[in-house]
Design a protein around this ligand. Structure first.
Ligand SMILES: [Zn+2]
Length: 263
């Protein structure tokens, strides 16, 4: 599988060094993720595919993946755009989205790529699977050296995320090309690490609830001691994601902002 990594040139507090997008060359070049419309990114796309991408597939509607769509469209009017729908968010990005569904196949110069719907980080999140090379374009499903945010009050769903991780584990990818960080050469080990980490977090949160610590904010203060203040909102969303999963599992219930175990 030949896929050219093209950096979106958007470093920041939530994107780390910034996003990777990927160009699969061929008669109809495919761009995976639209970046944010930065000039350096558009120039890199032009250098890799002088006629521009025939098709842009966006992994999910978060701004670092989708907000560049209008800039790509302005530069290459013939490019088409596709993603799994998340209507409230998609409308922000000012292009016409073709609707993708789980199992859709996308023809490329490198053979077919299959859409795998992997909700959790976002409801519309997909990864792209190139079976013949066992290469997965992983978007925000996994990232080396970090865990993935589950923004529970903005479409994140930990139960769905864990199911998505297990679904990708069953594909047994040989390598993952992610949207953030370096290429993942041992994805099954990373997925295993993620599953263990999430289980460990759940145990910590159950222990906090048992001790009478009953809001997401208070649980963050307990289990993320010394966390940088700017990261507290993300951690709070992650704890909330765990609490919602416990509710889902019939193990906890909420009363406004307060949570308690069902005993
Ligand atoms: Zn994202």
């Amino acid at each position: 599988m030949t896929a050219l990594p093209l950096h979106a040139a958007n470093p920041g507090p939530y994107t780390g060094a910034g996003n990777w997008t990927y160009l699969v060359p061929g008669a109809e070049p495919l761009l995976i993720d639209a970046g944010v419309g930065n000039r350096e990114h558009l120039d890199a796309i032009a250098a890799a595919a002088p006629g521009g991408p025939a098709r842009v597939v966006v992994s999910h509607a978060h701004p670092d993946h989708a907000s560049g769509a209008p800039a790509v469209s302005a530069r290459w009017a013939s490019a088409t755009f596709a993603k799994v729908p998340w209507p409230e968010e998609d409308a922000r990005w000012g292009v016409r989205w073709e609707s993708l569904a789980d199992g859709a196949r996308i023809a490329t110069g490198e053979g077919d790529i299959e859409v795998v719907h992997t909700p959790g980080h976002a409801p519309d999140h997909i990864v792209l699977w190139h079976a013949s090379s066992r290469t997965l374009f992983g978007a925000d499903l996994v990232q080396l050296g970090n865990t993935v945010a589950i923004p529970a009050s903005k479409g994140g769903d930990l139960t769905a995320y864990l199911r998505s991780l297990k679904r990708v584990r069953a594909l047994a990818p040989a390598r993952v090309l992610p949207a953030h960080g370096p290429v993942i050469e041992d994805p099954l080990a990373l997925i295993e690490h993620y599953l263990v980490h999430r289980h460990h977090r759940e145990v910590q949160i159950v222990t906090a609830l048992e001790g009478g610590i009953d809001t997401a904010e208070a649980i963050v203060a307990r289990i993320y001691a010394g966390l940088a203040p700017r990261l507290v909102p993300l951690a709070t969303e992650n704890v909330l994601a765990h609490l919602v999963k416990l509710e889902h599992d019939g193990l906890a219930r909420r009363d406004g902002p307060r949570w308690q175990l069902i005993t």
